[in-house]
Design a protein around this ligand. Structure first.
Ligand SMILES: Cc1cc2nc3c(=O)[nH]c(=O)nc-3n(C[C@H](O)[C@H](O)[C@H](O)COP(=O)(O)OP(=O)(O)OC[C@H]3O[C@@H](n4cnc5c(N)ncnc54)[C@H](O)[C@@H]3O)c2cc1C
Length: 261
């Protein structure tokens, strides 16, 4: 039977653009360009490598996000994924990690899976907890933050590199995996891949399709709330130290004054 791999990919505001909060203190996603989170490209890459090793495998990419999030799905499809699932619903506005993990879990159960692969963190929210919450919701083992991952004989194995030691981990399938930016460079989509992606299926789902009530998600269902946000102060000109023999001392004095040393 085919190995069913689901990759969770997030459409995020471009970090090089000007990012702002909207009036309700949610991230303003309308006035900024977005893209597939770079950290999720590593997850797509590992899924494709696992699929290439397996005799028979299917890679589905899944996102919860606004209409434009289809761009993230298209990029993953052009890298080589087989099909995509897009969960989009007006009631998702303001959903936090608890709601997002609920929606992803229900969509994954509906799609069917043997292994779920996620990134180590998104480049906007950067909570890094979603894969663990997802595993709990699905009731399957989690093998997170892997810099090397393999699937063989109904098991996922991998290496997690810490500051002082590396761990070798193993779990039976089905399981949730997350991979780090050390797991291997993500491939660039080829021209052929970009053309092929236009014809690959993208299934659209709403909350009703997943039996999720509006009050379980959105700002009302969120477990976290942003109380206030302020504009970052404008940059000041800074202090220039001219070295005329006493530069080192002046630098040390400046750092001490600022309480850096
Ligand atoms: C329209 C909309 C509005 C939102 N508004 C808010 C808000 O106001 N406040 C708030 O806290 N959150 C909001 N969210 C959810 C938020 O953007 C995150 O998806 C969620 O909080 C997870 O946190 P994270 O990105 O820090 O997860 P992390 O734990 O850092 O993510 C780890 C991995 O989980 C996967 N992942 C994360 N998010 C998604 C996703 N959406 N789809 C597919 N895979 C994913 C990726 O593989 C990622 O690498 C909103 C989402 C949508 C779609």
């Amino acid at each position: 039977m085919s190995l069913r791999i689901v990759v969770c990919v997030k459409y995020v505001p471009d970090a090089t653009g000007d990012r702002k909060f909207a009036d309700d203190l949610t991230v303003d996603r309308d006035d900024v360009d977005g893209l597939l989170s770079e950290l999720d490209e590593y997850a797509v890459e590992q899924a494709l490598q696992i699929a290439e090793e397996a005799d028979d495998a299917e890679v589905t990419v899944l996102t919860v996000g606004p209409e434009d999030a289809k761009d993230a799905l298209r990029k993953a499809l052009s890298m080589g994924a087989d099909k995509a699932v897009h969960v989009e619903d007006d009631d998702l506005h303001g959903t936090d990690v608890m709601g997002t993990s609920l929606v992803l879990a229900k969509a994954i159960e509906k799609t069917g899976y043997d292994v779920v692969i996620a990134g180590m963190a998104s480049t906007d929210g950067t909570m890094g907890v979603l894969p663990a919450i997802l595993a709990e919701r699905l009731g399957v083992p989690q093998v997170t933050l892997l810099s090397e991952v393999k699937i063989e004989d109904g098991k996922v194995t991998g290496r997690r590199d810490g500051d002082s030691a590396s761990e070798q981990l193993e779990a039976s399938l089905p399981a949730v995996v997350s991979v780090t930016d050390q797991s291997g460079e993500a491939r660039y989509p080829s021209f052929k891949g970009i053309m092929a992606a236009k014809k690959k299926p993208v299934e659209s789902l709403e909350l009703d399709d997943l039996d999720i009530d509006a009050d379980e998600v959105g700002l009302a269902g969120a477990w976290t709330a942003v109380d206030s946000a302020a504009e970052r102060p404008a940059r000041t000109a800074g202090t220039i130290v001219k070295d005329e023999g006493e530069g080192g001392k002046q630098l040390a004095g400046f750092l001490a004054e600022q309480k850096f040393i």
